[in-house]
Design a protein. Structure first.
Length: 355
């Protein structure tokens, strides 16, 4: 297939070259004439202006018409700041883009070939050089340093009482791991322990792993800091929570994190939008393979009471996979069963250990 595409490209290039040769020969055959003059020049110059007006017109038409589809309602605290930075950057870049486009195309039109017109010799101008070096430098420095401050804040250490949730990306699904209500601490994990059932690579020698549970929905409390610990099992993925202005790559072998605070519950957002079917969504924002499009996860934001109840109602991973009790050291077996909520088998000979 690649060979056919390659041959196709070569063929097209050969055809273009032949057309170029033939048109050259025709020009020569037609005999000498002023190659730079004629109407072609005027037509081309005018077409540039048409292209500029059409292009800028489409750009603004699209930006305004579809504004709502890329400016989603905001539901996080830091989002106010990042939105502000985004729009300041956007206004400056669009202004620069429009000015440069207009100057570029108007100059092409203005300085098209005309009989008897001579180019002006204008080697340099120190003031101009200074102006277009210093002004962009100041503007960019301001943008970068304010952005960097916001970035450091978002990716910095989370509060001690923050809700910690682990998000794992794999082709082509997201899974979440919660620390469990008994200890509230995520157990250790190790990629070498990953197998068909132990998809987290949960290290069952670690006592904090016993009550960890898995979820295929991301539940988070409102008005409380949430720390997402992000990893990937195969290729690059990217955690994208558009309403919360959260975006962070999931990189195999390099855990990343992002902290944020949701400000509107799912229900509040439904009321605000007047859409009873609305759901927050986590989408993968890194083209990660054929099933990339399907890599989404429903996000549920709820008040702290509902959230705590939901957490308490979830079954520990170890309870769902009791075979893995074998990997728990004997001294911790009793604690593991209590934490995971596994009923003790009356006939069992599990050694009783004091935790
Ligand atoms: Cu992905």
């Amino acid at each position: 297939m690649s060979l056919i595409i390659f041959l196709g490209v070569v063929l097209i290039l050969a055809i273009l070259y032949m057309i170029f040769r033939v048109s050259n020969l025709i020009t020569i055959a037609k005999g000498p004439r002023d190659e730079r003059g004629g109407t072609a020049n005027k037509v081309n110059a005018a077409l540039f202006i048409v292209f500029m007006v059409g292009g800028l017109g489409l750009f603004f038409w699209y930006s305004v018409t579809y504004f709502d589809s890329y400016d989603l309602p905001l539901a996080s605290e830091h989002g106010k700041l990042t939105d502000k930075l985004f729009w300041i950057t956007m206004v400056i870049s669009v202004a620069a883009f429009v000015i440069i486009s207009i100057v570029m195309f108007v100059f092409i039109y203005q300085y098209q070939y005309r009989e008897g017109q001579k180019a002006k010799y204008y080697p340099d101008n120190h003031y101009l050089e200074l102006a277009w070096t210093i002004i962009p430098a100041i503007v960019l420095a301001l943008l970068i340093f304010t952005g960097l401050r916001a970035w450091n804040d978002i990716t910095g250490p989370a509060a001690k009482d923050a809700e910690v949730v682990e998000l794992i990306g794999q082709q082509f699904a997201w899974t979440a791991r919660y620390p469990g209500v008994k200890d509230g601490v995520l157990g250790k994990n190790n990629y070498k322990l990953i197998d068909a059932a132990n998809e987290f690579g949960l290290d069952l020698k670690d006592k904090y792993s016993f009550d960890d549970f898995k979820s295929l929905e991301l539940h988070i409390p409102v008005d409380k800091e949430v720390l997402l610990k992000i990893r990937a099992k195969d290729v690059l993925h990217s955690v994208f929570l558009p309403h919360f202005r959260v975006k962070m790559d999931a990189v195999p072998g390099m855990p990343t994190q992002f902290k944020f605070k949701a400000t509107l519950t799912t229900q509040q957002m439904r009321d605000k939008l007047g859409n009873p079917n609305f759901n927050y969504e986590l989408a993968c924002a890194e083209i990660c393979g054929r099933g990339h499009f399907s890599m989404k996860m429903i996000v549920v934001v709820e008040d702290s009471e509902t959230y705590e109840n939901w957490k308490a109602s979830q079954e520990a991973w170890l309870k769902q996979n009791p075979d893995y009790l074998k990997q728990v050291p004997d001294a911790l077996k009793e604690a593991a069963m209590i934490k995971a909520g596994i009923e003790k088998d009356p006939g069992s000979t599990v050694a009783v250990a004091n935790d």
